[in-house]
Design a binder for this molecule. Structure first.
Ligand SMILES: [Zn+2]
Length: 314
């Protein structure tokens, strides 16, 4: 089965022609996060171009699967809400766009859910039907699958606000308005301020990074910098706490960690595994903590199951 796939984030958008568990051709473009309508027009052109390069006619595809960084109603193929990006998205008729641009049906899903679907279909969660995924990046994303079905909830928010699980009720103010969210305590956007407020920062090599990334943090922590060690320990505890919360909430067999920050997986996974071992109450045994395998391609590879084969998620 072939399909077209799009993954729209705040700073990049990727599009691809996929066949079953592999990407035939793909392209990534910069996105400014301002308006979705012109970006969709551009993506329609790029997809027609990819089809031409691959010599595949559009009707040979099952449809267009769109992963979007916001709250999405997959039944009606509408984007319901965004946070500070693509303000025009809820007004757009994606079905009309896909029909007009490519003559194909469309399926739309939250990007973290579609990434989990991709890992389930083609990556680290193959053969596992009860999974939660946490994506560590600029923000922190999440998704949950129970008995082979993505969890949506009444307002399509279930499982996808893993980054906004409260980790610390006396913590930092989050961009969502809450206090002490996982993402406010340990994400790429929050990291520079967390480092700056750590005693000794001015004398730490971290003060020379602009902005501080997790790669910097782990490198200087390994080299023995005290400030980096303090912040590293704290962030690892926050992510471990998120894993325990999600295990208690959703009863998964496997917890997947993905996202750009997982380039540093060897610095991250052992500590999270230890925290889960110590803190999760799972009398049946131990949930496995794994690194996601598909990186930026995870959401694109969710296209085939999104569009109905092998199973349409509800
Ligand atoms: Zn929050």
């Amino acid at each position: 089965v072939k399909a077209l796939a799009i993954d729209i984030g705040g700073t990049h958008a990727a599009c691809a022609l996929v066949e079953d568990r592999r990407i035939i051709v793909s392209e990534t473009l910069d996105a400014d996060g301002v308006d979705l309508a012109p970006l969709l027009r551009e993506l329609g052109d790029r997809l027609r171009d990819l089809l031409g390069r691959a010599g595949v006619p559009a009707p040979a595809c099952a449809g267009v699967a769109v992963a979007f960084c916001g709250i999405v109603d997959p039944q009606r193929a509408r984007i319901l809400a965004t946070r500070g990006k693509y303000a025009d998205a809820p007004q757009l008729d994606l079905q009309a766009w896909a029909r007009h641009a490519l003559g194909l049906p469309v399926a739309v899903e939250n990007d973290a859910r579609m990434a989990l679907l991709g890992e389930w279909y083609a990556g680290a969660a193959r053969g596992v039907n009860n999974v939660v995924m946490i994506t560590l990046g600029t923000g922190v994303g999440g998704a949950a699958m129970i008995n082979g079905r993505l969890l949506h909830g009444k307002h399509y928010q279930a499982g996808c606000l893993g980054g906004h699980l409260p980790a610390l009720f006396t913590g930092r103010r989050c961009i969502c308005g809450a206090i002490g969210c996982v993402e406010a305590e340990a994400s790429t956007w929050a990291l520079p301020a967390i480092c700056r407020e750590t005693p000794g920062f001015d004398a730490s090599p971290l003060s020379q990074c602009d902005p501080v990334t997790f790669e910097d943090l782990f490198r200087y922590a390994r080299a023995g910098d005290q400030v980096a060690e303090t912040v590293r320990t704290r962030c690892l505890k926050v992510w471990g706490t998120a894993a325990v919360a999600l295990i208690h909430a959703y009863d998964p067999e496997v917890v997947l960690f993905g996202g750009g920050v997982m380039k540093s997986a060897p610095d991250i996974l052992p500590s999270i595994k230890a925290h889960v071992s110590e803190c999760a109450w799972t009398p049946w045994g131990e949930p496995e903590v794994r690194a996601a395998e598909l990186g930026n391609e995870a959401a694109l590879l969710g296209a085939i199951p999104m569009l109905g084969g092998p199973r349409r998620p509800q």
